[in-house]
Design a protein around this ligand. Structure first.
Ligand SMILES: [Zn+2]
Length: 187
C-alpha cells in the first residue's frame, strides 16, 4: 500500500474572512485579527480554539494566518502556529523567515505555544513572538502544553527572538472559554 500524501489547507472560510491588504500597525491590531480568526474557527467548529498569524514585524503587512487543524486533518502537528509558519514558508518560498534580504517577521498567536510550536518558532527564523492567553489559561481548560520551561523562552531570547506576552489576554481567554462552552473536544 503506498504511503499517504499530505495536503494542508486552511478551511475555505478563512481567506475571505481576512483583510489581506490592511496594514496591521500595532501588535494589538495584529492580535485582534488573530483572536477574531479564532472566534470564527470556534463558531464554525473547524478545529481547536487556537489561531495565529505571521506578519512583517516592522510594516504590519500580513503574510499568512493559521488555525488549529489537528483533529479535522488527522494530524497531531497542525497547531495554529505550525500551520501559519508552514504557509509562510510556502508563500515566501523559503524554509527560513530570516533569509538573506528578507524583512524581519513575527508570529502572533492566541495562546502561549506548546513545546512543539516553541521549537518550530525557534527554527522558523521569526524575530518576535507575540502571545495572548497564557500556558496556564490553556491548561486550565484541560490542554497539556508539554515540556515548556522558563529556560525554553530564555533560550529563544538569547538567540535574538523577542517575546511579548499577554497581548489582549482577556479576549484570548474568552476564545478558549467559548470553545469549552460550545462543547469543544479537548485533545
Ligand atoms: Zn502547539
Amino acid at each position: 500500500m503506498p504511503s499517504p500524501r499530505l495536503h494542508i489547507a486552511l478551511p475555505p472560510w478563512v481567506d475571505p474572512f481576512v483583510d489581506w491588504e490592511r496594514r496591521y500597525a500595532t501588535i494589538e491590531d495584529r492580535m485582534d485579527l488573530v483572536i477574531e480568526l479564532g472566534r470564527e474557527q470556534v463558531r464554525r467548529a473547524t478545529g481547536g480554539p487556537f489561531s495565529a498569524a505571521v506578519f512583517e514585524r516592522d510594516t504590519g503587512s500580513l503574510v499568512t494566518v493559521g488555525v488549529n487543524l489537528a483533529v479535522p486533518s488527522h494530524n497531531c502537528v497542525l497547531h495554529a502556529e505550525v500551520v501559519a509558519l508552514m504557509l509562510a514558508g510556502a508563500r515566501l518560498h523559503s524554509h527560513s523567515l530570516r533569509a538573506e534580504g528578507m524583512p524581519a517577521h513575527e508570529l502572533v498567536t492566541s495562546c502561549e505555544p506548546c513545546a512543539m510550536c516553541l521549537g518550530a518558532i525557534f527554527w522558523s527564523g521569526v524575530a518576535r513572538l507575540v502571545t495572548g492567553a497564557t500556558k496556564g489559561d490553556a491548561e486550565a481548560i484541560g490542554y497539556d502544553e508539554g515540556p515548556v520551561f522558563a529556560e525554553s523562552y530564555a533560550y529563544l531570547e538569547r538567540k535574538g527572538i523577542e517575546v511579548v506576552r499577554e497581548v489582549r489576554r482577556t479576549g484570548a481567554q474568552a476564545l478558549l472559554a467559548a470553545y469549552v462552552a460550545g462543547g469543544g473536544v479537548i485533545y
